[in-house]
Design a protein around this ligand. Structure first.
Ligand code: UDP
Ligand code: MG
Length: 325
């Protein structure tokens, strides 16, 4: 392989793709252009086709025929963005690995700056979004709130407004590969790993074409994953509301007894009773639900399934792929 002949550092670029036929050709040509500018690095591009139902796989295969720097990991079905990124990282050989979206929202030119910082000795260089044009007000405000909430509850500081667009050095990648958890929230896991990390502000572009592959349902799941994987505060919170409602109930009991013993009145009617029952019932269900979320995660982890199933590896040579070694 080229990188074994010339002794340049290898940069692996990991690109998760799910139904991206509309943008992929443009992404490929921009990445191609970008790679040709990198004179002092060897590049491999690892496209992970996350079970696309459109022509994504075919476009990738055609590209792989023309370009020996292209590798494809084709999943057997849609496993989700974070898992796709993980598969790319697992199969990467680079001295540094860059994660970038397939929709050109993350400008490839920023990778130059990332590489520079890496050469300065940083192990993680992450892109922080200063602007996000073209996103709905709803997405912007919920994303903003989410990153702030996550940072408050998380045990490790997770940088604000930072996605997966980042460069990681080999030590970080190896550490990441040693983390077998099923519920993957890659940006948080990288924060947890540590080493020298630095942010690069960049303007996030609009999606070049096509629709977001993150509908509300996936976004919510992703947010819950982020919070539950990095914090047990929701459990403490449910203990908290349990204590508060018990306290309110205590006051009610004392009030009712005092009224009965010290006056000629007593609490009448069923309205207060119903409200109290519904309130306590609601609180209990919420707390059991929170508990259930954690237990569900334990269940998922304990099954110990592989994170993904690969239908085909294309463009990997020799021991480049974990399955071919
Ligand atoms: N993606 C994926 N699997 C999924 C959903 C998304 O691999 O199940 C990829 C998608 O192709 C893109 C990246 O993850 O390269 C980010 O997705 P998208 O741009 O739709 O998210 P948004 O930028 O709207 O948050
Ligand atoms: Mg996008």
């Amino acid at each position: 392989m080229e990188n074994t002949i010339v002794n340049k550092p290898l940069l692996s670029i990991v690109i998760p793709c799910y139904n991206e036929e509309e943008v992929l050709s443009e992404t490929i040509s921009q990445l191609d252009k970008f790679c040709n500018q990198l004179a002092d690095l060897t590049v491999e591009m690892i496209f992970v086709d996350d079970g696309s139902k459109d022509k994504t796989r075919k476009i990738l295969k055609d590209y792989a025929i023309q370009n020996d720097k292209v590798r494809i990991i084709g999943f057997s079905r849609n496993f989700g963005h974070q898992i796709a990124v993980t598969a790319g990282i697992d199969a990467s050989n680079g001295d540094a690995v860059v994660l970038i979206d397939a929709d050109l929202q993350d400008p490839p030119e920023v990778i130059h700056e990332m590489v520079e910082k890496w050469r300065d000795g940083y192990d993680v260089v992450y892109g922080t979004r200063t602007e996000r044009p073209g996103e709905s007000a709803f997405k912007l405000s919920t994303a903003r709130a989410f990153y702030r909430l996550l940072n408050r509850v998380s045990d490790v500081p997770i940088p604000l407004d930072t996605g997966d667009f980042r460069l990681m050095s080999r030590v970080v990648v190896d550490a990441l590969r040693a983390m077998p958890e099923q519920a993957r929230f890659v940006r948080g896991m990288v924060s947890w790993i540590g080493f020298k990390q630095i942010s690069i502000p960049y303007k996030r572009a609009e999606r070049f074409a096509g629709e977001s592959k993150y509908p509300l349902r996936k976004m919510l799941r992703f947010a819950i994953d982020g919070i539950l994987s990095f914090s047990t505060k929701p459990l403490q919170f449910s203990v908290g509301i349990g204590l508060i409602s018990a306290f309110v109930a205590m006051i009610g009991i004392i009030y009712a007894i005092a009224l009965r013993l010290l006056t000629n009145f007593w609490v009448e009617g069923w309205t207060a009773l119903m409200i109290a029952i519904l309130f306590i019932g609601g609180v209990q269900l919420i707390c059991v639900g929170v508990l259930g979320e954690y237990i569900g995660r334990i269940y998922n982890e304990i099954k110990g399934r592989p994170l993904y199933v690969v239908q085909e590896y294309i463009g990997f040579e020799g021991n480049n792929s974990p399955f071919f070694s």
